[in-house]
Design a protein around this ligand. Sequence first.
Ligand code: PHE
Length: 348
Amino acid sequence: MEPGEALRVLEAARAGGLEAIAAAGTLEELEAAKVAVLGRKAPFTEVQRSLGSFGEDDRRRIGRVANEVRGALQAALEERRAELARIEEERLLRADAVDVTLPGRRPRSGSLHPLTIVERDIVEIFTRMGYRVAEGPEVEDDWHNFEALNIPPDHPARTMKDSLYIDVDGLLLRTETSAVQIRTLESQPPPVYVVAPGRTYRREAVDATHLSVFHQVEGLAVDEGLSFADMKGTLEAFARAMFGERRRVRLNPDYFPFVEPGAQVAVSCFVCDGAGCATCGNGWIELLGAGMVHPRVLENCGVDSERYTGFAFGMGIERVAMVRYGVSDMRLFVEGDVRFLEQFQGAA
Ligand code: PHE
């Protein structure tokens, strides 16, 4: 190689090398450019290899230029490597970025079952009046479900037609929460003020207004000097808290073996205010059974019926929920369609 040509090759290697280095877009491309520019087969390297064939002056001159070119190329490589590393890091950071100003993902919250809402509201109204919550088993014996409640052996409620018996002799699924009246009076002396919410069972064809598994809330107050007027006042206070301040209650005579006298309790319609409408028909909504606790029931539980009197009441939670929410078919409460069930809100 001519000295002149060697110098031209070196200048070309410098210019071409700087261009190739600047053009490298990734660290891999930069590595390839380094091999092309300073590697064993690069024109620059060939010139260096042939330095020995030049005379001393040329060798010095060309050697100095070669050192300059190598220095320039190495500096450019280093600079580009640092630049590409910075770009790569920025890319990674951007890919990893978390935008802390984005709104959070809210977990979807569920809703209470309408029967749960109604049961809680009923219980809440009575606990505010000083009542406690009482409980009893769903599998009951003859004594608590019938005998002690003054339901004689020949009463129609005793027959297979209304009751669901289980395989153990003398046991059945309770037909009304009134059984809890007995359990409460057996376990504590008066004064007693309790509400007992719970599940009840009857052998019944299921239709729009009947379920074979349903819910009731029982109420029981036993104390000295309790009268029918106390009962009416209590139920009126309940009706107002549940259905609005303008509600009145109407008592009609009714028969339940465990109360005397017994009454069917209706509440003035909260839709039409008692004028008569599609919800109520004649202005009144029949909502519960009630009455003065039968002296025989008190005596059955060892309570002195000369000293103590009391009243009891019971209502169906499904029935209260139907009138409160304007639901015309009771089966909707148990069919489990979430679109239906999530629509309801309590009084609170
Ligand atoms: N247990 C009665 C029923 O299921 C309701 C009731 C309770 C009536 C208490 C009077 C007193 O229909």
